[in-house]
Write a protein that binds this ligand. Structure first.
Ligand code: GLA
Length: 667
């Protein structure tokens, strides 16, 4: 791994100077300096300018931009510029255009119009990478390399003939021969048996449900094809440059089809883009989950927020602007949760193009604005927080997350279309948030030994080794919760027989003989007063204590919530979708039983997270309420420089970061 942290917390944005006349660049650097910007990502969508005709490179403008930034003391995260091919590629090589499942071609005019398996695209993009890297490897402004941009954001699934051939190669690699493929795909069903590799295709538009394992393998293949571009660019760069190399992931913005847990090994630092769901009044809870997941992908190491927005975006149905103070709360929440850099899309709001209504650090109205003033304040805040750089976030809880389980859980022809993979993940994470408890969101194969409590929401697809690891965690004294529709299938999407939740049946001491999904809007009561909806199941608590049963609905008297003592620990199962109040009660019980502690006791709506480095610790308190909050803390508040002795006051909507006195919190 190449070292990526600087002297300060990174602060900056995507910078697209090619959209502006050169005289604007001078003002840009001046405004960047005023705001405290120290890192900008340059060249992300510059391919068409850098290589206006195939094989002829024009670097003059980029030389001038990099020199200007360097003279201004601003570092550069330089893009490989391969994010979107120029129009000449499709015109000369129409076979590089991606196709949808129905055969329709996706044309240039937007961005990312290329087939991820195209050898032509690969060759041309690597030629560009080599040219850019050769020219700028030694440029003093360049401190980091940015491969492509949001790989697979728009073109993750391509069903063209080139992709079909690549899919066959991937399948041969995975299964060796057609017998292996036929077994894995269960092709004895519906006369699907393959006798020749040429008969095998991506799951193109079909008369009815396509084979689920074919679908699952195509999703794995598609993620791997995007990853292959990342690895190919990384390899090309790695030969030529010495700076750390990354690309921007899209964790927590609803992007489903890229298996970032597997990609993390291919970057020197994990970088993420996160955008709020503007329609959600509690969007800061989604932010916290995205950040905790990014940290999980990064293996607990600090990570870089490569993009978020100063205010509204342009691509949601109603692009709600950020209220005063929200930019700061959002940015510092990412830092609280492990980000050692806060960057935005983008520096200056565009005049033209599809993103002209997207917010930026410098709005259309110029620097005399709420946004630019808040940007300057954030720059000063981040400067004051430099000492937290490199520290790690305290978390005693892990939530298991597997992209493949997500893909599998939401395939078609299932018991209920209402089962959404991330639904319980969100519910449990939000409940922990309200309790002031920080969780890492990690892959099921992660080392669980450092946690007290592990939650497995909707872990539909699970490997034997991962199920075994959860059992070992509980036996060793941990507490675990498994929710409905977990442990159902193996990695081929084949049912684990003998009763649900197959992989976790023994651990939990329960056995479900039949699912009883509920009708839309139907609710059930439990005999402990809880309310639930959407899902119930005919469950036998063969070797578990029953904590609650259904009081009504299709299964009166049947257990809904169970607990089993296992070795030195305990394993809980919940077979229905509890409402928020009941989920909060369950989480409170799990937290108490496992001995997990909140970062600090805090009033409702105040987000609290602790970062720690050896004997030092910093408590972040983000007040999302309209009332002043008081916390029991002793130390130095870094954003104001003031001491707090026993009590920290956080005004409404404000943020505080306290370097705790060493005795304040036992390590
Ligand atoms: C993504 C992209 C950027 C820009 C923003 C807009 O994060 O990487 O190029 O399109 O979205 O929100």
């Amino acid at each position: 791994m190449r070292r990526w942290q600087g002297e300060d917390i990174w602060f900056g944005a995507d910078y697209n100077p090619e959209q502006w006349p050169e005289h604007t660049w001078v003002e840009d650097v001046e405004l960047m300096r005023r705001a405290g910007v120290n890192l900008v990502s340059v060249g992300i969508f510059s391919w068409a300018l850098l290589e206006p005709v195939p094989g002829r490179f024009e670097f003059g403008w980029l030389d001038r931009v990099l020199d200007l930034l360097h003279a201004g003391g601003i570092s550069v995260d330089l893009a490989t510029a391969t994010a979107s091919p120029p129009p000449w590629l499709a015109q000369r090589h129409p076979e590089t255009l991606p196709r949808r499942a129905d055969g329709a071609i996706l044309w240039p005019g937007g961005r990312q119009a290329y087939c991820p398996s195209s050898p032509v695209f690969r060759e041309r993009s690597l030629a560009l990478v080599e040219a850019v890297a050769t020219r700028y490897a030694a440029h003093p402004a360049v401190v980091m390399w940015h491969i492509s941009n949001e790989l697979g954001c728009h073109n993750v699934h391509c069903y063209c003939d080139v992709s079909a051939e690549a899919f066959r190669r991937w399948l041969r690699e995975r299964y060796g021969d057609l017998d292996g493929l036929n077994d894995a795909w269960g092709t004895a069903f519906w006369s699907q048996r393959y006798g020749d590799w040429a008969e095998v295709n991506p799951p193109r538009l079909a008369p009815t449900f396509a084979n689920p394992t074919q679908q699952l393998d195509f999703l794995r293949f598609s993620s791997d094809e995007q990853r292959a571009q990342l690895r190919a660019e990384r390899e090309a760069l790695g030969r030529l440059v010495r700076q750390p190399i990354t690309t921007n992931f899209m964790i927590g913005t609803g992007i489903k089809y890229l298996d970032y847990h597997s990609w993390a090994a291919d970057v020197d630092l994990v970088a993420n883009d996160h955008y709020l769901t503007a329609a959600d009044p509690d969007s800061h809870l989604g932010l916290a989950l995205a950040a905790d997941h990014t940290r999980g992908v990064a293996g607990g190491e600090p990570w870089l927020l490569m993009e978020h927005s100063t205010s509204a975006v342009n691509w949601q149905p109603r692009n709600v602007a950020k209220t005063p103070g929200q930019l700061r709360r959002n940015s510092l929440a990412h830092v609280a949760r492990g980000a050692d850099g806060v960057l935005f899309f983008q520096w200056r709001a565009s005049r033209a193009g599809a993103e002209k209504f997207h917010s930026a650090l410098v709005p259309h109205a110029g620097p005399e604005t709420k946004v630019y003033r808040e940007v300057c304040r954030l720059g000063a805040d981040l400067k004051a927080l430099a000492e937290v750089r490199g520290s790690r976030v305290d978390a005693e809880v892990a939530i298991l997350f597997d992209f493949e389980a997500w893909w599998g859980a939401e395939l078609d022809s299932h018991p209920s279309a209402d089962v959404e993979y991330a639904d319980r993940l969100r519910a449990l994470h939000h409940s922990l948030w309200r309790a002031g408890v920080t969780a890492d969101v990690v892959h099921p194969s992660a080392d669980l030994s450092g946690y007290r409590l592990v939650l497995a929401p909707t872990l539909y697809l699970v490997r034997d080794a991962d199920a075994e690891a959860l059992r070992a965690f509980v036996e060793a004294g941990g507490t675990a919760l498994v929710t409905y529709f977990s442990g159902i299938v193996d990695e081929h999407d084949h049912i684990r027989l003998g009763g649900y939740p197959g992989a976790f049946r023994d651990l939990l001491g329960v056995r479900t003989e039949e699912f009883f999904p509920l009708r839309a809007g139907e609710r059930v009561n439990l005999d402990d007063g809880s309310i639930a909806d959407m899902w119930t199941e005919w469950l036998h608590a063969d070797d578990a204590e029953v904590l609650a049963s259904y009081a009504d609905g299709p299964l009166p008297g049947v257990p809904a919530l169970t607990r089993r003592t296992v070795g030195a620990g305990a394993a809980f199962y919940v077979g229905t979708r509890l409402d928020t109040a009941a989920t909060d009660r369950l989480v409170a019980r799990l937290v108490a039983e496992s001995g997990v502690r909140p970062a600090v006791e805090a009033p409702a709506g105040v987000e609290v997270v602790r970062r720690r480095d050896g004997g030092r610790s910093w408590l972040f308190a983000i007040n999302h309420t309209d009332d002043e909050a008081r916390l029991d803390l002793t130390g130095t508040e870094l954003l104001t420089g003031e001491r707090c002795a026993g009590e920290l006051v956080v005004p409404a909507g404000e943020v505080a970061v306290v370097r705790e006195d060493p005795t304040a919190e036992p390590a």
